[in-house]
Design a protein around this ligand. Structure first.
Ligand SMILES: Nc1nc2c(ncn2[C@@H]2O[C@H](COP(=O)(O)O[C@H]3[C@@H](O)[C@H](n4cnc5c(=O)[nH]c(N)nc54)O[C@@H]3COP(=O)(O)O)[C@@H](O)[C@H]2O)c(=O)[nH]1
Length: 827
């Protein structure tokens, strides 16, 4: 089971990562605070500076505007001279108030200047007021002067009139009239000049009358008044008053001149004061402008600095964030993933025993555990598979019983050995070993004993050969040895003898000592072939030769052995065709009761009517057929033919009991399934009954039979077939089995009959077999009786039946039919 899955947060917040995260968060907070403070500072600096500056600018602007308004007002008023003192006072008052307003927005420095300007301004206007007063005074004096001149004119006119009335000389009066007139004119001229000059002085920069014109005129006027002879009393008085007024006029004129000077001076001071103020104003504006400029520059500098700081901080934050994310990804994904992939790649190349070690307790740890578990299980499975594979390989290449290499592995080693021998120009030998009568031991003692014998033999064979050589079991009791780098024939022979001696040593099986032997066929490369199949085939052929030579022997391969084999192959091929082309036929050798010559049966013997070689006996092809499945086909064909013939004879001969026909059945056929059913089927299908037939099996079958064959025989016996043991005495039959099997007849082999007269041993064997048959209630039929003496001997020994050339050779069907017909006819 998987352990509880930790959350992603847990995964991310492992101890080291937590530290990194805290550091990053602190760094980010610090940076954020730094940015905030910096921006705040910028704001504060720019805000306060701007506010102060703007306030200053605003104040100076108001100040400047108001001051300009004051200046304009002053300029307006200053351009015209106010004769009206009342208006002048109003104007002074208005402007003073405006200056006070301006003072309120002025700073300390400018306020002082303004106060001074105000004083100057007032002084200026006061001079005007003074001028007005003096001018008024002058006007009064002038009025009085005019009145006095008018009086004077009136007095002169009166005097003129009185002179005329009195008829007096009027030249004096006329002179006076002209004088008064000139006085009047001079006065007017003075008035005009004064007005012009005053206006000019007040409104322009000229000060020409100060040069003495008016003074001169006034002096002339005074002189004119003083020089006149006043015959007329009234005129004289007036002249005196006039003179006084002229003096007063002169005094006022002097004062006026003085005041005008003051006015001009005050005006100059005022203008200077205004110019100073204006200059100060300009200076303030300039300062403001500079301050604004500086503020702008400073703000720009601060903003630039802030931008730079923010940029660097942002960059740092971005880099920090990137590094953090990279670390996070690396820590959370990349590193474990890379480790995991490496681990999986290690698994992929088969190193499943190397666990992945991420050293994590999060999800990766869970995946790691799962993968390691999977790898462990896979490793175990692979190991088991490898073991199984090894076992399979062992099984596929080794014999399960003896553990020796099997045919497959042997073939492989032989191929390699041949290549090596070819390369090294060395020799190798193949030993084909077949145990003699192994089947007998196996059947008599059971499979366990047989298996034990095979294992013992395998061990002995292995012990005889070198490490580089190979001992293999081919199945059954066949072993093949491969001996590499063999020397000469003597060495190989010595090895063969050593092997035979080893095989022949007694074996303890079921607490009994048994002796066995082997037949060895030897082929040597390169002289007997450089091909594995050929070498094996040749060794096999040599082994058969060894067997033929009497067993417990070895035999080197010779060419003739395989020429027999080739011939056998040809025969096999032709035999197949013969079966198809109906080239086989059956001969019948009669069997007689020896005592009275009664025909009791016949043995069916196959013949081959070869298209080119003529009639061929069974010895030519039966052995070859027995090595293949052809023997079964031949036996079935013979059985069929016998049945057909019996039916034919029965129908042709009409009456009488037909003799029982013995049919040879190869022991090999009994290895096949359904043999009993097949024999029975053929018999019945061809219209015969089992009782009409006897089935002959060779004694060698008894030695090799198994339980299955026993059952088949029992079944056939139960069906009614007679059973006979052919060639009895040539093998090593177990009498126990003989007793168990359902045989009816023992056929005494003709090899014993042949020399029975001359050979005491054969005679003894014959006697023994006949006695055995009798004791076991078996019919004894002697084969190969060729002479009367033999027949007599057999009859004397109690042998009831026989067959042989002495009576008849095997007869073709028609001849045997004739024999039957004769017998039937006789009876
Ligand atoms: N499975 C089958 N085997 C068969 C069949 N037909 C024959 N055979 C076996 O072939 C062996 C040889 O047979 P054959 O050459 O026919 O020889 C038989 C006789 O001709 C010969 N014989 C008989 N009497 C004498 C004699 O007095 N002297 C002498 N030298 N030979 C003689 O013996 C053979 C019969 O022997 P047996 O079978 O042991 O009774 C032969 O051994 C058959 O087993 C077949 O169809 N199927």
């Amino acid at each position: 089971m998987f352990k509880k899955m930790p959350t992603l947060r847990n995964m991310l917040l492992s101890s080291k990562l937590q530290f990194i995260l805290v550091a990053v968060v602190v760094a980010l907070c610090s940076i954020t605070l730094l940015v905030i403070f910096t921006l705040n500072d910028v704001k504060r600096l720019s805000g306060s500076a701007a506010t102060d500056q703007v306030e200053q600018l605003r104040q100076s602007r108001v100040f400047s505007q108001q001051l300009s308004a004051v200046f304009n007002e002053i300029s307006l008023r200053e351009r015209r001279f106010y004769r009206d003192s009342e208006s002048l006072l109003v104007s002074i008052d208005t402007i003073s108030q405006e200056i006070e307003h301006v003072e309120q927005v002025a700073n300390v420095k400018t306020r002082g200047m303004l106060e001074r300007f105000s004083i100057d301004f007032k002084r200026y206007w006061k001079t005007q007021l003074a001028i007005n007063l003096i001018s008024d005074e002058l006007s009064l004096v002038d009025e009085r002067l005019n009145v006095q001149v008018t009086f004077m004119e009136a007095w002169v006119a009166k005097s003129l009139i009185e002179a005329a009335v009195n008829g007096q000389d009027s030249a004096y009066q006329e002179q006076m009239t002209a004088w008064v007139f000139s006085l009047k004119v001079a006065l007017l001229e003075l008035e005009r000049q004064l007005a012009d000059d005053t206006n000019q002085m007040l409104n322009r920069d000229s000060f020409s009358w100060m040069d003495g014109d008016i003074d001169q005129m006034l002096t002339n006027l005074k002189l004119r008044v003083q020089t006149i002879s006043f015959a007329t009393p009234g005129v004289g008085l007036v002249a005196e008053n006039l003179l006084d007024n002229l003096k007063l006029f002169e005094l006022n004129l002097y004062a006026l001149k003085q005041k005008i000077r003051d006015f001009r001076s005050a005006r100059m001071i005022l203008l200077e004061s205004r110019a100073s103020l204006q200059a100060m104003l300009n200076e303030v504006e300039k300062q403001n402008s500079n301050a604004s400029l500086m503020l702008t520059e400073r703000l720009e500098a601060i903003i630039y600095q802030s931008q730079k700081t923010v940029f660097f901080i942002s960059g740092f934050v971005v880099i920090l964030a990137f590094v953090t994310i990279r670390l996070l990804i690396s820590r959370a994904l990349q590193k474990p993933l890379t480790h995991l992939i490496r681990g999986i790649e290690t698994f992929q190349v088969g190193q499943l025993y190397k666990p992945i070690n991420l050293n994590r307790t999060d999800e990766w740890g869970t995946i790691e555990d799962a993968l390691n578990k999977m790898a462990r299980e896979l490793n175990n499975s692979y190991r088991e598979l490898a073991e199984q594979k090894e076992n399979m390989h062992q099984l596929a290449h080794h014999d399960a019983l003896t553990r020796l290499p099997n045919r497959l592995l042997f073939d492989d080693r032989l191929e390699h050995a041949l290549l090596k021998a070819k390369r090294n120009k060395s020799k190798l030998a193949v030993f084909f070993i077949d145990l003699d009568r192994f089947k007998h031991i196996n059947d008599s003692l059971g499979h366990a004993a047989g298996d034990l014998l095979l294992k013992i033999i395998a061990t002995r064979l292995k012990a005889c050969i070198r490490q580089v050589d190979t001992a293999s079991r081919q199945g059954g009791d066949e072993f093949i040895l491969l001996l590499e780098d063999v020397g000469d024939i003597r060495m190989i022979s010595a090895m063969a003898e050593k092997l035979l001696a080893s095989i022949s040593e007694p074996v303890m099986l079921q607490n009994q000592q048994f002796y066995t032997s082997g037949s060895i066929g030897i082929s040597v490369s390169p002289q007997d072939g450089d091909d594995a199949d050929i070498l094996l085939r040749n060794a096999d052929a040599a082994m058969y030769e060894a067997k033929k030579s009497g067993r417990n022997a070895y035999c080197f391969y010779e060419k003739r052995m395989t020429s027999h084999a080739t011939e056998a192959l040809n025969i096999e091929s032709d035999l197949r065709k013969a079966l198809l082309n109906d080239e086989l036929c059956v001969y019948f050798q009669p069997q007689y009761r020896l005592t009275d010559g009664l025909l009791v049966g016949a043995e069916a013997l196959v013949r081959w009517q070869h298209p080119t070689q003529g009639m061929l006996p069974p010895a030519h092809f039966i052995a070859i057929a027995e090595q293949t499945s052809l023997i079964t086909a031949i036996d079935h064909w013979v059985l069929t033919e016998v049945c057909r013939q019996l039916v034919e004879w029965r129908s042709r001969l009409g009456c009488g009991v037909l003799p029982r026909i013995s049919v040879n059945i190869s022991g090999r056929q009994l290895d096949q399934l359904n043999t009993a059913q097949e024999i029975s089927r053929i018999t019945h299908d061809n219209g015969c009954q089992p009782q009409m037939l006897c089935l002959e099996l060779t004694e060698s079958f008894l030695m090799e039979h198994d339980e299955e064959s026993t059952n088949i025989l029992k079944e056939l016996s139960q069906q009614g077939f007679e059973l006979a043991i052919d060639d009895f005495g040539t093998g090593y039959s177990s009498l126990r089995y003989l007793k168990q099997l359902p045989f009816n007849t023992l056929k005494l082999d003709r090899s014993f009959v042949k020399d029975v007269i001359d050979d005491e041993q054969d005679a003894a064997i014959v006697k023994s077999i006949i006695a055995l048959g009798q004791h076991m209630n078996l019919v004894v039929l002697a084969e190969g009786i060729e002479t009367q003496a033999q027949a007599d001997f057999l009859i004397a020994q109690g042998c009831e039946f026989g067959q042989g050339y002495f009576y008849n050779r095997p007869l073709p069907a028609d001849k045997f039919e004739s024999l039957l017909r004769t017998i039937f006819d006789e009876s």
